[in-house]
Design a protein around this ligand. Sequence first.
Ligand SMILES: Nc1ncnc2c1ncn2[C@@H]1O[C@H](COP(=O)(O)OP(=O)(O)OP(=O)(O)O)[C@@H](O)[C@H]1O
Ligand SMILES: [Mg+2]
Length: 266
Amino acid sequence: MTDILEITDLEVTYQRSILALHGVNLRVAKGQITSLLGANGAGKSTTLRAISGFIGLDNARVNAGRVRFRGEDITGLQLPRTIHKGIVLVPERDKVFTNLTVAENLEVVATSREEGSKWQQIEEEIFVYFPRLAKLRNKPAGLLSGGERQMLAIGGALVCRPQLLLIDELSLGLAPVIVDEIIERLREVHAKTELSMLLVEQSAAVAFALASYGFVLENGKVELEGATEDLRSNQKVLDLYLGTGSTGRADYLANARRRFEERANV
Ligand SMILES: Nc1ncnc2c1ncn2[C@@H]1O[C@H](COP(=O)(O)OP(=O)(O)OP(=O)(O)O)[C@@H](O)[C@H]1O
Ligand SMILES: [Mg+2]
């Protein structure tokens, strides 16, 4: 199977000194959905942003390692050039323009496209995958629920016609019923288009519902990888991410606490 994305020995620092990734190795097979699981602070968002291009403000840089996309070395390539290559990220935060309506949000993202073809795609593709968005088309995005915002962000990403879709925290903070709906919609998108995806999740249940292969990131390193059916029965995954064990749970809690304190200090 060809890999659309291949990351080797990736090291990333923030502010020249904080080492967030310590040599990450992972791959996304073309046409497949791959998951990246990990606790708070493991380096999931950093990995996705290293692929899609860092935004200057973070003062983040790739120190070592390589990112290859469709065989081409794109290490350090910045936005919006990564989008032009076909890599589109649905970020963890700030995923929609709150002052714009749903329709405007979908329309603004594909700046370089001709109006007619863009609207046709929005009507015939995005509003078909997400009928809920069609009903909300004239509503400001700031008034949407978390789940509706996530759908809008995914819809906007699809308008860019990606070859690789990266989603940071698909389910975080959303009600289970809306998570199920989003999972269903993404299944439909995948069945129709075979779009390659890399999904970052803290919930193994959500990751495994969609992905055929997965990686587990801990403290900036991949500690485990495998086919979803193997990960499902792995003791460490059961302990940490499916909430059915207890050994390791203390680590998970300690990590979450540390992360909360870091955020509180910002
Ligand atoms: N802008 C930043 N400046 C400095 N350090 C950062 C920055 N962003 C992340 N880090 C650090 O890099 C490490 C990895 O963070 P990252 O956000 O990638 O983790 P994550 O797995 O996405 O966590 P979460 O589940 O909380 O989103 C953490 O130790 C974090 O404190
Ligand atoms: Mg994150």
